[in-house]
Design a protein around this ligand. Structure first.
Ligand SMILES: Nc1ncnc2c1ncn2[C@@H]1O[C@H](COP(=O)(O)OP(=O)(O)OP(=O)(O)O)[C@@H](O)[C@H]1O
Length: 472
């Protein structure tokens, strides 16, 4: 059971905790001086005050180093601490737990950030423009967990670009069970909060970074020819079956399968990857190939968790040199003369795909707008086991997109205006709409975007087709 914060105890412990960081004496010394002043006045008449003061200061000077080393010893041998780096998801779990209870309010130094994911003060509307969030910074606070005091501390490590935030939680005693229990609770609560959601991770240099958590997008909302879509989904599901894994292991085959989604921009490749991750209850880790080099790609793959979807976008950018306008330092601190900064090389990507990091119950999806540019070695079976084309919209796709926007709701999320649901005219309008658009000339993204402009008026969507096509 988690006990609510006790303000009185908190105050005492916060002081003690501060004493840990500033030394107990720094706090006691001013109080001590006041007492000495009082004694001085009291004893002044007897002329002994100066002697007492000198004695006391002398004693203090002698015991001070001992008290300091005692507190250091106490901290070293009679407390346990868990350290968590901000680049790891455990950090999100812990901060979610802390923040959901408002425990961070006990911190005395904060960092304020606009658009941070952290809690804003109670009186700030949730969607307010430039809402300021606060999080503890360079300091700490104490809270109660299962009737035990724990100390939460934020530390910063490194300088400049390499600066990293790290939090630590300390408990009294040599057993770290309470810390493990806490992290388990944080994990459970965090996973509960992300149930029916997909967490999307991007990267910052060679480090994964959580981008956002989104409600699962049903696969039915990504429109693709059924004879391509259904077998692709089935193939991914089959691959993730435990018996498939066993089958691979028994035959000593590397347990991996790669998928290549190709087609023009805006045809649904990323949307499909996100949806399938949601359907499989996995998070998705995305890497845009043009934004990394061999070293960071390999580090990112090494740091992947198990059970996730990995999306490698724009793999046709492999081997291209990114010309730089000027000589500059890259974020990793290396200097690249103009034109010499390499992206991912073919051998770098092949190493990653063939390596152990591409296994471990991971679904590897690669996307490209230019399949014709890909090296044969990259897409040979074993690296790419299934290719699926995401084409420009044909008549059936256009019709389906119309249904998707104006037809009956497919999930609980409200998309259509009242009155449009179940409208028998939708079918007629969808056919009409599909017939008036050129086939295989527009991407689903273009059509979705046009229909969204007229989301409250299917009539307008039909009436403005010619003007829209002309404008394009
Ligand atoms: N087949 C589709 N079905 C439903 N919506 C689609 C489809 N294709 C694209 N969209 C919509 O268009 C937008 C862009 O799609 P998405 O990013 O998935 O395309 P993409 O093929 O990955 O593009 P790119 O190659 O540029 O990365 C999304 O918001 C998505 O909702």
């Amino acid at each position: 059971m988690i006990q609510a914060t006790n303000i009185k105890n908190l105050d005492v412990l916060r002081r003690l905790h501060l004493a840990g960081s500033r030394s107990l004496l720094d706090i006691l010394l001013p109080k001590f001086s006041r007492i000495m002043g009082f004694l001085h006045r009291l004893l002044d008449r007897k002329g002994q005050s100066l002697t007492y003061v000198v004695y006391l200061l002398g004693i203090l000077a002698i015991v001070r180093p001992h008290i300091l080393s005692f507190t250091h010893w106490l901290r070293k041998y009679y407390t346990s601490t868990v350290y968590i780096q901000s680049s790891n998801e455990t950090y999100d779990m812990l901060t979610y737990w802390i923040s959901s209870r408002g425990l961070e309010d006990a911190a005395r130094s904060f960092i304020a950030k606009v658009n941070s994911n952290r809690r804003s003060p109670e009186n700030t509307p949730r969607l307010a423009k430039k809402a300021i969030g606060f999080s503890p910074y360079n300091g700490g606070f104490c809270f109660w967990y299962k009737n035990k005091p724990l100390f939460y501390r934020v530390n910063e490590d490194g300088v400049g670009y390499n600066k990293r935030e790290e939090v630590s939680v300390t408990c009294l005693g040599r057993s770290s069970h309470i810390l493990k229990d806490l992290l388990q609770d944080c994990r459970d609560e965090y996973l509960n909060s992300t149930n029916h959601k997909t967490t999307i991770f991007g990267h910052h240099g060679a480090q994964w970074k959580k981008d956002r958590t989104k409600a699962i997008r049903p696969l039915s909302t990504v429109i693709l020819r059924e004879h391509e879509k259904a077998p692709l989904i089935q193939d991914i599901r089959d691959f993730l079956e435990p018996k498939t894994r066993e089958w691979y292991n028994r035959r000593s085959l590397p347990y991996r399968r790669g998928y290549l989604l190709h087609g023009p921009p805006g045809t649904g490749k990323s949307s499909f990857s996100l949806s399938i991750a949601g359907e499989l209850g996995m998070d998705i880790y995305t890497v845009s190939v043009p934004s990394v080099d061999d070293q960071s790609l390999s580090t990112l793959f090494r740091d992947l968790p198990e059970n996730c979807v990995v999306l490698l976008e724009d793999i046709d950018a492999v081997g291209s040199v990114c010309p730089r306008d000027r000589e500059e330092d890259d974020p990793l601190g290396e200097s690249h003369p103009r034109g010499e900064r390499k992206g991912v090389t073919l051998s770098g990507l092949l190493n990653v795909l063939d390596g152990i990091a591409s296994q471990e119950n991971r679904v590897l999806i690669m996307t490209t707008n230019h399949i014709e540019k890909l090296d044969k070695a990259l897409i040979r079976p074993g690296r790419v086991d299934r290719r699926v084309e995401f084409p420009l919209a044909d008549r059936d796709t256009i019709k389906e997109i119309y249904h998707y926007i104006f037809g009956p709701l497919m999930s609980a999320s409200s998309r259509n205006p009242p009155g449009v649901e179940g409208d028998p005219l939708v079918e007629i309008h969808a056919t009409d709409f599909a017939q008036r658009l050129p086939e295989e000339r527009l991407s689903p993204a273009q059509i979705v975007s046009y229909l969204l402009q007229h989301r409250y008026s299917p009539k307008d969507a039909l009436e403005n087709i010619e003007a829209w096509i002309k404008a394009m």
